[in-house]
Design a protein around this ligand. Structure first.
Ligand code: PLP
Length: 394
């Protein structure tokens, strides 16, 4: 029995885990009996299965998405003296991954309608030292593969995708992870495919890069006690791989569910666009995997973003902001030399965006409640408007 006082959580993973709880427990039990805790059979099984789901030949499990970026770029030969293009409006891990290689990150502004990296702006920042571009498939939508490949071939750049929010996303016939020479995924629990802890993967079309990442993640050691690379310890746990392998067959269905929720949001929010509120544009149809559903509360909107977020919170609706401070304004990275005003579109966007609840298992009635609450915040005096959006009294 639903009631309007119930919370609409931002994310609820129980819909993914409840149906397979017994199988997860069984995997843990079997692992305890086998004892192959490090680089066990489940790791290679999951590497093969996930790479296949990305349409690429090789997958190498690592400890996190951040290290997938760092080790993947290093395996591609990126290091000190190289310049690497990346968007400023991304999760900080994209920047951390690039910095860990010793390369110089070159931040780039975004297209405010999609929140994706602005490739025209990226082109203007290319110098003779630019070796790579790290497009981030933000919120689950891919950066245009066609435009990326054009840019990369004109300037002889390597494409390394940050696909941490885009498991099995598609655009222009490409899957996320299959555009460039290599790509990074994260299995942080709330990602479209999540572990029950940390995890990540580098996927690649290149056998040498695959071998190098395998060595780098394991003390730089292609064979036991022979160390040919400056490696680290960054392996995907067998336990996490076993759980991820269990969950992988559900991923396409979960992404489909996210798409249906997004379509419902799109339809219900349509009448509110006149008030200055609009969803981030989807330019990839059902290939968008909606890691997040993000709206923009523009400067001309009837309501301020903070006030809307507080009103939703008071109505029991949890929201998020991804991300409130672009990378170039984060205090730790002051030394990179960027300041306020350097990336006006990303800065403006960071004040306008709001992520609404989105997860497989979210019901149509919950989506309606979110939009009704937004509507009430926008038009507090009018009660009649609300009936337009709901099929039943809430
Ligand atoms: C989550 C995320 C990462 C980092 O992944 P971790 O597994 O948390 O290290 C990198 N880039 C983006 C865009 C992400 O969303």
């Amino acid at each position: 029995m639903s009631n309007s006082a119930a919370i609409v959580p931002f994310v609820d993973l129980s819909f993914q885990h409840d149906p397979i709880q017994a199988e997860i427990t069984q995997q843990v039990q079997a692992l305890l009996e086998r004892g192959d805790f490090i680089l066990g059979q489940a790791v290679s099984d999951f590497e093969v299965a996930f790479a296949a789901a990305c349409n690429v030949p090789y997958g190498i499990g690592v400890a996190s998405g951040t290290e997938a970026i760092a080790l993947g770029l290093r395996a591609c030969g990126i290091g000190p003296g190289d310049e690497v293009l990346l968007p400023t409006n991304t999760f900080i891990a994209t920047l951390i991954g690039v910095l860990q290689t010793g390369a110089t990150p070159i931040l780039v502004d975004c297209d405010p309608t999609t929140a994706l990296i602005d490739l025209v702006a990226a082109e203007k920042r290319i110098t003779p030292k630019t070796r790579a571009i790290v497009p981030v498939h933000l919120y689950g939508q891919m950066v245009s593969p066609r435009q990326l490949l054009d840019l990369a071939s004109s300037y002889d750049l390597l494409i390394f995708e940050d696909a941490a929010q885009a498991h099995m996303a598609e655009r222009e016939g490409y899957r996320a992870g299959a555009i460039g020479v290599a790509a990074a995924f994260s299995f942080y629990p709330s990602k479209n495919l999540g572990a029950i802890g940390d995890g990540g993967m580098v996927v690649t079309q290149d056998e040498i890069i695959a071998q190098t990442v395998r060595s780098l993640r394991n003390y730089g050691s292609p064979r036991k006690y022979i160390h040919t690379d400056y490696g680290i310890n960054s392996r995907l746990d067998t336990l996490q791989a076993a759980v991820l392998k269990l969950k992988l067959p559900y991923l396409a269905g979960w992404n489909q569910a996210r798409n249906e929720i997004a379509q419902q949001y799109d339809a219900l929010l349509q009448p509110l666009q006149a008030s200055g509120l609009e969803p981030i544009q989807n330019q990839s149809g059902t290939g968008h995997v909606y890691h997040l559903y993000v709206i923009r509360i523009g400067a001309s909107c009837l309501i301020d973003r903070t006030i809307l977020q507080e009103a939703l919170s008071a109505a029991g609706i949890q929201t998020g902001i991804h991300y409130p401070i672009p990378c170039h304004l984060q205090p730790a990275y002051h030394d990179l030399g960027y300041g306020v005003g350097d990336f006006p579109k990303a800065e403006a966007l960071s004040h306008e965006i709001l992520s609404l609840p989105m997860y497989p298992g979210m019901t149509g009635e919950q989506v309606e409640r979110v939009v009704t609450a937004i509507d009430s915040a926008l038009y507090p005096a009018e009660t009649s408007r609300r009936s337009v959006y709901t099929t039943s009294p809430v």
